[in-house]
Design a protein around this ligand. Structure first.
Ligand code: AMP
Length: 200
């Protein structure tokens, strides 16, 4: 059994939050829930949801709070998320923070920790340019990258103030090797008592 760990990872595009989120979730034995991945999978599979969000994500804009919130609630209602989860990419603005609070509050739950991956803007841009070459994501063009980083600064960065006030934000230096950064995160989580518990 895993001790309940309800986590969120936040960082600008190119901060490595997807990679680190998956590693941390794997280490703790909880599902990583990435809204960006859900949207991309639906776009690739050509589902109605994919068709609905294709142009929005390609332009670097945010999908509506209603639609994104429903996807997250449905996913967190699945049995594997009952004893914990790691959210990546949601909430992304203050309204989504409130929506998530309401949903979790209804279950008598709340987030245990918010991992803030801190990466300088220049570094994010360099990593995104590299990823664009390697993966060819439609939202990794120069123009769309600039738009996504601007939205991050104006809409997403302010959610960190909310979590800092609650005393659950963990600021992690996101520059270094993948292993170094994973180690920093697991150490910070362990200091909060968030560790994988032995199977029983
Ligand atoms: P990401 O991989 O997290 O950067 O997400 C890729 C794209 O999916 C974003 O640029 C948005 O268009 C959309 N998206 C992901 N998460 C959210 C969210 N919480 N709210 C609105 N749109 C989102």
């Amino acid at each position: 059994m895993t001790s309940p760990a309800r986590l969120l990872i936040v960082g600008p595009q190119g901060s490595g939050k997807g990679t680190q989120g998956a590693r941390i979730a794997g280490a703790l034995g909880i599902p990583a829930v990435s809204t960006g991945d859900v949207f991309r999978a639906n776009i690739t599979a050509g589902t109605p949801l994919g068709e609905q969000v294709k142009a929005i994500t390609a332009a670097g804009n945010l999908v509506s709070d209603e639609l994104t919130g429903k996807i997250v609630r449905d996913r967190l209602s699945e049995p594997d998320a009952a004893s914990g989860f790691l959210l990546d990419g949601y909430p992304r603005n203050i309204r989504q923070v409130r929506d998530l609070d309401e949903f979790l509050g209804g279950r008598g739950e709340s987030l245990d920790a918010v991992i803030e991956l801190s990466v300088p803007r220049d570094e994010s841009i360099a990593r995104l340019a590299l990823r664009a070459k390697e993966q060819g994501r439609t939202d990794d063009t120069d123009e769309v990258i600039a738009k996504r980083l601007a939205i991050y600064e104006s809409e997403t960065a302010p959610i960190l103030d909310v979590y800092r006030e609650r005393g659950i934000a963990l600021r992690i230096d996101g520059v270094g090797s993948l292993d170094e950064i994973t180690e920093r995160i697991t150490t910070a989580l362990a200091a909060r008592g968030i560790v994988r518990s032995a199977a029983v």
